[in-house]
Design a protein around this ligand. Structure first.
Ligand SMILES: NC(=O)c1ccc[n+]([C@@H]2O[C@H](COP(=O)([O-])OP(=O)(O)OC[C@H]3O[C@@H](n4cnc5c(N)ncnc54)[C@H](OP(=O)(O)O)[C@@H]3O)[C@@H](O)[C@H]2O)c1
Length: 515
């Protein structure tokens, strides 16, 4: 499609139409399983209120909690009110709109009675509040119960919209399995009841504006894409750093580790957006097809390569942000003989025309010096540097850095002449900051994703083949580590990781960025 300059100046860019979330969603019963949990209070309920405050939810939209906790409708409403209060301001007008629509169904996730009652409750809401037969089921429980919930929904027909309704969709939270086999088994169980187009697998990273901006930067500009390939890019570094430790989530983290918690989903999603080919359109299929192809082109490591290409590590005690923090093994709930990794660094290759020969270095870790996520493209040097070594001593490689969080923005590093009589050149930065360029506040990731799920726009959700491709990449690491009795190597809390990770890049004549 040819896009005229007038169109670019005025109406929304047709490639970006799929990302328009300005419209109000159709009325629906939003059914949250595991509604007594942390995610519902911290993220889902504040997001739903914010959407109602912006009139992006239809009047009558109702919220039904389901779980084993012994709550009644009033308890649930009061709990959700507290959640919104704790998250910030209560918008009284939005609250008044939502207030009459809270219901709670107490019961086991594998108990048929729970679903019979739920069916009656949402049927009543259709009549009393005009939810019109539409259902958005949100599975906010531990993943072990996802398959049971979906099977039981199917038994009472809640996997389909009620008469006159338009949709019944199911949102599920990561993790999508704990390895390739369990992910495939989970999908098989879900697909026994649901069609793929009813499934919305959330990776909240994709709801972040700056992650979506990777697509805008690459495909709405003519200056970046021509250099976005092996001819100009020397290497790519993707970092997801956390300053926090395992906190009170040791039970979960001991089972997951950094590879499952971050690499399999967030890191590989950012990699896919960075490496994918331009889609024909921003349609869900257009984008997701290209992401799958990019992930499918990643060169899978074999067992022998894992030790050379991947570093797994675990934090010792140290200092982060001026506070002394314990090592992973001393955290509450961590087994003394734990082999769980809190840090992973790896070198991946993408075997396709665009990226052949360009290493992608990925790293993630807990208790690193600061919380930040970025993608950095480092460009190849000039063919001939006509400066004396002393003149170019402070000149580094050109780099384009996409800062995903915090301080969201983009930095371009290039060489400039140092003012003065001599001809010294030095690297300088040109910065774009989201906060300075736009007055609008970016919506929270969960606001964006909940609204998209209500609209039926799956662009920012993960399709079954993406999940499978990501597990294919990660599975050889899981296998190699399962056979390796050695614990992860150590790094001090408050540092950027172990020496082994530095050596991984040093072997290629490169260094990790020190943001
Ligand atoms: N919290 C986050 O920031 C976050 C971020 C990313 C992904 N997630 C994912 O989102 C989902 C919900 O997270 P969450 O932090 O809200 O979880 P959670 O607090 O651990 O659990 C949510 C609810 O599920 C029920 N539940 C807990 N353990 C259960 C078990 N063993 N069997 C059956 N039900 C159980 C409980 O409700 P009842 O006792 O009332 O049944 C609990 O209140 C999880 O899949 C998690 O991995 C969470």
């Amino acid at each position: 499609m040819v896009v005229s300059p007038e169109r670019l100046a005025g109406a929304p860019h047709p490639l970006l139409e799929g990302l328009d979330a300005g419209r109000a969603a159709a009325p629906a019963a939003v059914v949250i399983f595991g509604a007594s949990g942390d995610l519902t209070s911290r993220k889902l309920m504040p997001a739903l209120q914010a959407l109602m405050a912006r009139q992006q939810l239809a009047p009558g939209t109702s919220i039904v909690g389901v779980g084993r906790s012994d709550l009644d409708h009033e308890d649930f409403r009061a709990r959700m009110r507290r959640a919104v209060e704790q998250a910030g301001d209560v918008d009284e007008r939005a609250w008044a709109e939502l207030e009459g629509g809270f219901r709670y169904v107490s019961g086991g996730y594998d108990d048929g009675t729970t679903y019979k009652v739920l069916d009656e409750v949402v049927g009543d809401l259709d009549r009393e509040r005009g939810t019109a037969g539409n259902r958005l089921h949100y599975l906010s429980t531990p993943p072990g119960v996802f398959a049971d919930v979906v099977r039981r929904l199917g038994e009472v027909g809640l996997h389909r919209p009620a008469l006159g309704g338009e949709f019944a969709r199911v949102v599920i939270e990561k993790p999508f399995g704990r390895d390739l086999a369990s992910a495939e088994a989970l999908d098989a169980a879900l697909h026994e009841v649901l069609d793929e187009d009813q499934l919305y697998r959330i990776d909240h990273y994709l709801g972040k504006e700056t992650v979506q901006n990777v697509l805008a930067l690459r495909f709405a500009n003519s200056i970046f894409e021509p250099v976005w390939n092996r001819r100009y890019v020397d290497s790519v570094q993707i970092t997801v750093a956390e300053s926090e430790g395992v906190g009170h989530r040791a039970g979960f983290y001991e089972e997951a580790g950094a590879l499952r918690d971050i690499v399999q989903n967030h890191l590989l999603q950012v990699l896919a957006l960075t490496a994918m080919e331009p889609p024909v359109s921003m349609s869900p299929q257009g984008i997701r097809d290209e992401k799958v192809k990019a992930l499918g082109a990643v060169d899978l490591l074999d067992a022998a390569e894992v030790s050379a290409e991947v570093v797994r590590a675990r934090y010792r005690g140290g200092w982060v942000g001026g506070a002394e923090v314990p090592g992973y093994l001393d955290e509450d709930g961590v087994a003394p003989d734990s082999r769980t990794e809190t840090y992973v660094a790896m070198r991946l290759r993408i075997d396709n025309w665009r990226w052949a020969g360009v290493p992608f270095y990925l790293r993630t870790g807990k208790r690193l010096p600061k919380r930040m996520t970025e993608v950095a493209l480092q460009f190849s040097g000039v063919p001939h540097l006509p400066f004396a070594p002393t003149q170019a001593a402070e000149l580094g490689p050109n780099a384009l850095v996409l800062r995903i969080q915090p301080d969201e923005g983009i930095t371009l590093r290039f060489g400039a002449k140092v003012p003065g009589q001599s001809f010294d050149v030095r690297s300088v930065s040109m910065d774009f900051s989201y906060g300075a360029a736009f007055l609008e506040e970016a919506p929270e990731a969960y606001e964006r994703l909940l609204l998209d799920a209500l609209h039926g726009d799956p662009t920012l959700f993960i399709r079954t083949d993406e999940v499978r491709q990501a597990w294919r990449i990660v599975q050889p690491l899981l296998d190699a580590w399962a056979d390796d009795p050695a614990p992860p190597v150590d790094y001090d809390a408050g540092t950027w990781g172990p020496e082994e990770a530095d050596r991984l890049l040093a072997a290629d004549g490169r260094r990790w960025r020190r943001p």
